[in-house]
Design a protein around this ligand. Structure first.
Ligand SMILES: Cc1cc2nc3c(=O)[nH]c(=O)nc-3n(C[C@H](O)[C@H](O)[C@H](O)COP(=O)(O)OP(=O)(O)OC[C@H]3O[C@@H](n4cnc5c(N)ncnc54)[C@H](O)[C@@H]3O)c2cc1C
Length: 338
C-alpha cells in the first residue's frame, strides 16, 4: 500500500518535491492557502494586461535545474528573456548583467509551476494551521471548512515548503529543533508596483538594476515573451525602503515608486497598483539544501534554505524528494491502514 505524504506549499519547491515523490510511487497531497499554485512566481491580471509582480526572471547553473529548464523550454512554458538592460546609481549591482541568460515563464511566470502541478492532487485555499504527529501518523488542520475533507486522513510524512516565518509557527509545537533552525533564516520584504500606460513609455531600457533611492529594479513586463501588448511596468522597492515603509498605505507606496520611476526617465502611468510581499526574498538563507527529521518523518524545503532564488527553491525541493525516496525506499505502509 502506498504511503501518503502531505506537502504544504505549492510554490516551486513544494511542487517539484511533490512531483518527484509522486513519480516515485508515493500518494502525494499538496495544500496551499492561495487561490492558485506558484507562490512567489506570481502574475497579476486585469482587463487586457498582466504583470509578474513577484519573481522577475530566473537563471540556471545547477546541472539538474538546467535540464529541468530545457524540458520547460521544450514544453513551451519557459522562454529566454533578453531585455535591454541599464544600471542606475552605483554599478555595484547589475554591472556585467548583460551576459547572464535570463529565463521567464511563458505566457506568465506561473507557467512552469502550473506544468509541475498538472496531475498532482492539489488542494487550494487550504491554510494549514497545525501539523501534529502521534504514533499513528501526521494530522493536518486547515482553516477553511471547504478544504477539511482533503486532510481528513493520516499522513505518513509531511513536507513543509513555505517561507521560513510561516514555517516557524507550524514547526514550533512538533519539531522545536527545526523551528530554531528556521528562525536563523532572515527574509526581507518587497513593495512591488504594477504601472500601466496608455501610450508607450520609453526610458531607453527594458529593465534596470537601480542602486539608489527607493527602487531596486524596474522592468517593462510587456516586453517579456508572450505577454499582452499593453505597456506595463513592474517597479520593485529596495529591501531597506520596503522595510521602512512596510505599513504604509499601498496608494502612498505606489505614488512614491512612480515618482522614483519618473526620475529614472519613466513616465506617469494611467494606473498603478501596489502589492506588499512581506517575505519576498531570503536575505540570509541557511545555506543547506533542506532540513529533515527522519524520526518524525518531517522535511522542510524552500528558497530560504538554499540561496533565496527560484533555482534555489527548485534545487531544495528536488533534493529533499531525492533524500526521502532514498531513505524510505519503496513506499510500503499506509498510516490509515496502520
Ligand atoms: C518581489 C520578488 C522578486 C523576486 N525576484 C526574483 C528574481 O528575479 N529571481 C529569482 O530567482 N528569485 C526571485 N524572487 C524569489 C523567488 O520568487 C523565490 O525564491 C521562489 O519563488 C520561492 O519558491 P518557494 O517554493 O520556496 O516558496 P513560495 O513561492 O513562497 O511558495 C510557498 C507557498 O506556500 C504557501 N503557504 C504559505 N504558508 C502556508 C500555510 N500555512 N498553509 C498552506 N500554504 C501556505 C504560499 O501560499 C505559497 O504558495 C523574488 C521574489 C519576490 C517576492
Amino acid at each position: 500500500m502506498s504511503q501518503h505524504i502531505a506537502v504544504i506549499g505549492a510554490g516551486l519547491a513544494g511542487l517539484v518535491c511533490a512531483s518527484r515523490l509522486s513519480e516515485a510511487g508515493f500518494q502525494v497531497h499538496v495544500f496551499d492557502k492561495s487561490r492558485g499554485v506558484s507562490g512567489r512566481l506570481s502574475t497579476r491580471r486585469g482587463e487586457g494586461w498582466q504583470a509578474d509582480h513577484g519573481a522577475q526572471y530566473f537563471t540556471a547553473s545547477d546541472p539538474a535545474f538546467v535540464q529541468q529548464v530545457q524540458c520547460w523550454e521544450q514544453a513551451g512554458v519557459v522562454q529566454v528573456w533578453q531585455p535591454e538592460l541599464h544600471v542606475a546609481g552605483s554599478t555595484s549591482r547589475g554591472s556585467g548583467a548583460a551576459d547572464v541568460v535570463r529565463y521567464v515563464g511563458a505566457p506568465s511566470m506561473t507557467a512552469p509551476a502550473r506544468a509541475l502541478a498538472a496531475g498532482l492532487d492539489v488542494q487550494l485555499q487550504a491554510t494549514v494551521q497545525s501539523v501534529q504527529r502521534d504514533q499513528a501518523g501526521w494530522r493536518i488542520q486547515v482553516a477553511e471548512e471547504a478544504a477539511r475533507a482533503a486532510c481528513d486522513r493520516l499522513f505518513d510524512a509531511v513536507v513543509l515548503a513555505v517561507p521560513s516565518p510561516q514555517a516557524v509557527p507550524l514547526l514550533q509545537a512538533c519539531a522545536p529543533d527545526l523551528a530554531a533552525q528556521a528562525l536563523q533564516a532572515i527574509m526581507s520584504p518587497c513593495w512591488s508596483a504594477i504601472a500601466r500606460f496608455d501610450t508607450p513609455c520609453d526610458p531607453g531600457f527594458d529593465a534596470a538594476f537601480v542602486n539608489e533611492g527607493a527602487l531596486r529594479w524596474v522592468a517593462r513586463d510587456s516586453a517579456k515573451p508572450g505577454r499582452p501588448a499593453t505597456e506595463t511596468w513592474v517597479l520593485h522597492a529596495s529591501p531597506a525602503w520596503s522595510e521602512q515603509h512596510l505599513e504604509d498605505a499601498p496608494e502612498q507606496v505606489a505614488e512614491q515608486l512612480v515618482q522614483a520611476f519618473v526620475a529614472l526617465g519613466g513616465g506617469e502611468p494611467c494606473s498603478v497598483v501596489a502589492h506588499r510581499w512581506r517575505y519576498a526574498q531570503a536575505a540570509v538563507p541557511l545555506g543547506v539544501s533542506f532540513l529533515h527529521d527522519a524520526g518524525l518523518r518531517l522535511g522542510v524545503c524552500g528558497d530560504w534554505l538554499a540561496n533565496g532564488t527560484v533555482e534555489g527553491a527548485w534545487t531544495s525541493g528536488a533534493a529533499l524528494a531525492a533524500h526521502l525516496v532514498q531513505e524510505t525506499g519503496a513506499p510500503v505502509q499506509d498510516a490509515n491502514e496502520g
